[in-house]
Ligand binder design. Structure first.
Ligand SMILES: *Cc1c(COP(=O)(O)O)cnc(C)c1O
Length: 370
């Protein structure tokens, strides 16, 4: 396969990880196998992987310009990174952060494995200091669900405590909109469940790094914890990845248009979307992101009850959690326990690839019916 630098990302997504010998299938086949005939390196799938996972790793590793390890879920990839920490490590987490990561970090802290500090994502100076002092600096950008964009250029180049890991949860950006390793991050994490899969039909995760030793230990952690991707899921993720560039482009155009229209709507109090000049970190987003993403958060002038009613009123947009699929989904985030930092009526809308006029008609009708 050509080096990723020789192909643009959209072409790489189509061409990476596919067979090249005459007579082989044109696209990456599903290889369901737990074990292989002995005599070559690959003997057992939990240790040696399968050709289907490797295709996914080649695709994502190439986009992020590193080496990737695929996992059973985004959280399995996150857990493998936490697995690297020495006893008593200092972990710094964002104030606005994926709840599963917060949960994992707090359980480990309760058991005395590490200590956890929280820091506002906007506090660039604080993160630069954390790089010099902490063992794991965990960033998420754009963040969930406030969509704060971090100045990765500044933080990624800050001096780091020897052995420290700067990890970036790159799920909301996707490897197309942001390459954390290019900014100096140690490891970039994706929930493949979201945009790479893109069809709300699988769970998967992946971690990518340029640090050969870390790549080895992430693999070892996957093997020993059994956090391996399902082969069907890896196949579906490869299939999803083929269209990632198109899906992202269309959904992003839709999101920008909807964010602008929502901002004008008399029942809407505030819209958060990194592509709006009114977004607190719009200027940073313009510098570090190649696109503003497909997630919009907005709150209503009414309270939580109105937000819940809006979720019930929409029809084309589905009332569902999660994000990054071809279909638009929406939910009230403060309804989820532990999200006390959010306005009660905050809605997170994951914009899909439907026709934007149908999406807007659905939102307008749902707002009107409140
Ligand atoms: C979904 C998600 C995860 C966890 O991924 P799973 O595949 O659900 O385990 C981690 N980080 C972010 C930002 C996510 O959206």
């Amino acid at each position: 396969m050509d080096k990723p630098s020789q192909l643009k990302p959209a072409s790489w997504l189509v061409a990476a990880g596919r067979p090249s010998e005459p007579g082989q299938p044109l696209n990456t086949p599903l290889v369901p196998a737990s074990n292989f005939i002995l005599g070559k390196e690959r003997a057992y799938a939990r240790d040696g992987g399968t050709p289907t996972w490797e295709a996914l790793e080649e695709i994502v590793g190439g986009l992020e310009a590193g080496r990737a390890v695929a996992f059973a879920s985004g959280m399995a990839a996150v857990a493998a990174v936490f697995d690297q920490l020495p006893p008593g490590a200092v972990v710094v987490l964002p104030d606005d952060c994926y709840q599963g990561v917060v949960g994992l970090a707090l359980v480990g802290a309760e058991k005395g494995r590490w200590s956890v500090q929280r820091l506002a994502l906007e506090d660039t100076e604080g993160w630069i200091r954390a790089c010099a002092e902490a063992d794991l600096i965990w960033l998420e950008s754009p963040s969930n669900p406030l969509l704060t964009v971090v100045d990765l250029a500044a933080i990624g180049s800050a001096p780091r405590k020897p052995g420290a890991i700067l990890a970036v949860d790159n799920t909301f950006a996707t490897p197309l909109n942001q390459q954390p390793l290019e900014f100096g991050a140690t490891v970039s994490i994706q929930s493949v469940t979201k945009f790479i899969g893109g069809h709300s039909d699988l769970l998967g995760g992946i971690a990518t790094t340029r640090d050969e030793a870390l790549w080895q230990t992430l693999q070892k952690s996957r093997t020993l914890n059994g956090a391996t991707p399902g082969t069907l899921e890896a196949f579906l993720a490869v299939r999803g990845a083929r269209t990632l560039a198109l899906r992202l482009q269309k959904a992003q155009e839709n999101a920008q248009a909807l964010a602008e229209r929502l901002q004008q709507h008399p029942q809407v109090a505030r819209v958060r979307y990194p592509g709006l000049p009114s977004h607190p970190t719009h200027a940073i987003a313009k510098r570090v992101l190649k696109g503003f993403g497909t997630i919009i958060s907005f709150d209503l002038l009414g309270g939580a009850a109105e937000a819940d009613a809006l979720c019930r009123n929409v029809q084309l947009i589905r009332h569902a959690t999660s994000l990054g699929g071809v279909e638009s989904t929406m939910e009230r985030r403060a309804a989820i326990p532990g999200q006390t930092h959010l306005p009660p009526s905050l809605l997170r809308l994951s914009v899909g690839i439907e026709d934007v006029e149908d999406l807007w008609a659905d939102l307008e009708a749902a707002l009107q019916a409140l």
